[in-house]
Design a protein around this ligand. Structure first.
Ligand code: PEP
Ligand code: MN
Length: 362
């Protein structure tokens, strides 16, 4: 098991770290017994590094269980002191921050609803000034990467150096098999822009269904995320919130075992040789793609000048239809998805038209 100091190191540089930080515990702290029993069982697994429990619960609809409040912080403090398990809880206001710090909570997380509101995040950031507690920021409810980045910046600007993120999926009107749509591309793009950022996946809130947690957790491991936050409860059927998605500690154990991940070593294990080789090839192909796209856009500029000089319109719909059809046919013959190629060519076309329009207005 790892100390909070070792865990904190993970927030500073996650590059090449292939092991997973595992955070687990109930959606909500409900009673002293439920908290202590869940934590005791999780501790026995020897796979969970941090114990989580919500004390103040932001419920979408009023009239539901909204958390036990401050008394729950005492229970978390007991878990920390008696079981030597670092603890984390959600903070949504400055008052929550002061209370959590007073009770020695080790890591704070900002919930998805809070990340959506810059005033809320700023209030938390101001309350955190002068501390350097690790903070995990969940993605906002809406699929808006800038809101997520804004929250990261607000917390970092307050002087905190151990900032990580939690990908918990995004709300959508159309219901899919998941409670929240993962939109993996947003999390992956964030990782691309901030390669050192510790990114954890929360498959419990993505799926909303304990039977789907494994597949999403595995996917996040495949995408090289740095950890998992998975809800667990000593008796999920009796849970006061998020009953359908909470696992028993034993079910959690099974899932972690099936993932075949190292949960003990936080060291910097270099990614294996084979992956490095394949990545090298991918890098090369991507460079070629960019070169080729650059050449294609030079031709757009050239044809733009020709159209301008000969007073032709930029958009020639027959030519465009012909391009789309021939490219799609060719792609499908090669076993590529026609839809994929169509989307790429739509983007290429937009860029080409923009370049031609610029030439025309020169
Ligand atoms: C939670 O972790 O219990 C929670 C409320 O999550 P989210 O902010 O992702 O909805
Ligand atoms: Mn929950």
């Amino acid at each position: 098991m790892k100390t909070i100091e070792q865990i904190s190191e993970l927030f500073k540089n996650t590059k090449n770290t292939r092991s997973q930080l595992i955070i687990s515990g109930p959606c909500s702290a409900e009673t002293e017994e439920q908290v202590m029993q869940t934590a005791t069982e999780l501790k026995k697994l020897n796979k969970v590094h941090v114990f989580r429990a919500g004390i103040w619960k932001p419920r979408t609809l009023p009239g539901k269980f909204e958390g036990v409040g401050n008394v729950g912080l005492e229970w978390l403090r007991n878990v920390k002191n008696e079981l030597h398990l670092p603890v984390t809880t959600e903070v949504a206001t400055a008052k929550h921050v002061y209370e959590a710090l007073k009770f020695g909570i080790d890591i704070l997380w900002i919930g998805a609803r809070t990340t959506t509101t810059p005033f809320g995040v700023q209030e938390i950031a101001d309350a955190l000034k002068g501390t350097d507690i690790p903070v995990l920021i969940k993605n906002p409810i809406s699929p808006d990467m800038d809101l997520w980045i804004g929250a990261i910046e607000r917390i970092k600007n307050a002087g905190l150096t151990k900032v990580g993120v939690i990908h918990r999926g995004f709300s959508t009107w159309e219901k899919t098999k998941y409670r929240n749509n993962p939109h993996w591309q947003i999390a992956i793009e964030l990782k691309r822009r901030f390669p050192d950022l510790l990114m954890i996946c929360d498959p419990s809130h993505i799926t909303g269904n304990k039977d789907l947690i494994y597949e999403v957790a595995q996917k996040s491991v495949d995408f090289n995320f740095g950890g998992l936050m998975i809800e667990s409860h000593i008796n999920p059927c009796e849970a006061l919130s998020d009953k359908e998605q909470q696992l028993t500690p034993n079910e959690l154990n099974d899932i972690i075992e099936r993932l075949h991940i190292s949960t003990e070593n936080f060291g910097n294990i270099p990614v294996n040789q084979k992956i490095t080789e394949i990545r090298g090839e991918i890098d090369l192909i991507d460079e070629l793609l960019i070169d080729v796209l650059g050449k294609r856009m030079q031709l757009s500029e050239k044809i733009g000048m020709y159209k301008r000089d000969n007073k032709l319109s930029i958009l020639q719909i027959n030519r465009w239809n012909e391009i789309m059809q021939t490219r799609k046919d060719k792609a499908e013959k090669l076993g590529l998805s026609g839809n994929f190629i169509e989307n790429i060519f739509k983007e290429i076309h937009i860029e080409s038209i923009n370049i031609q329009a610029k030439v025309l207005n020169q």
